[in-house]
Write a protein that binds this ligand. Sequence first.
Ligand code: SF4
Length: 282
Amino acid sequence: MKLTVAKSAGFCFGVRRAMDMAVEAAKRYPKHLYTLGPLIHNPQVVASLEQLGVKMRETVEEIPQGTVIFRSHGVSLEDLEKARRKKLRIIDATCPTVKRVQFFAKFLRRHGYAVLLVGDAHHPEVEAIRSYIKDKVEVVDDVQAMNRLGPWAKLGVIAQTTQSFRLFKEVVAACLDRAKEIRVFNTICPATAIRQKEAVEIAKKVDCMIVVGGYNSGNTQRLASICKEIQPRTYQIEEARELDGKWLVRRKEVGLTAGASTPYWVIQEVKKRVKSLEGSKT
Ligand code: SF4
């Protein structure tokens, strides 16, 4: 059995940067160090940070004093203001690519455009973006939702960084019927686009696809669903031990990719388990 591993699998630039900042902060400010929400959507990584003294809290209210790290998804304006009022030391690990979406959202509002954001309304990145333009934004995560929106005189379209490029194109096309003037900023992260493209290419040629990443990771879920459309034998797992040997029986080629928040060591463990299960002919 051949195992094809995506070159783009695992930590992206923004996640690696946030991790480096957290590890550095743990050395410099070992007391009272917190992240607001999980630093990245991966429980194994959150547990390893906890070992270094980086504690996770869901709200600013739960942080009594010290240092708060804002994660790569960004933080809402309200939370930023609360942290400032509490005089917490702020380490802002918001990914520069996410900041770019926040910038375009504010730019569009300032220039009188209604904002349409292609994304998951409940994702922290989307919630943060909304907060900077005071909720004056429509969020869509499927093209059918466009039927209930518009018409607009001036419309600006942006996307959550980890959205599917295909959906973004479909929504932009649907906007042509509903707005007189449209400005589109492609804010999908290049790392995400490359990862999805490579996953599609691998899924097309294998007879089983494994996607590794946190169940709470939106970009991993999206990767799994894109692969599943092409290869129905696609399985998402969080850790190597979840890999079921039955999935590999009589498979000639297996593909492996991972979300942006999946650490290298988890991918290595999955690779090892695929090889060992192949040897045992489970
Ligand atoms: S996926 Fe892209 S936007 Fe999101 S953290 Fe990684 S590099 Fe930044």
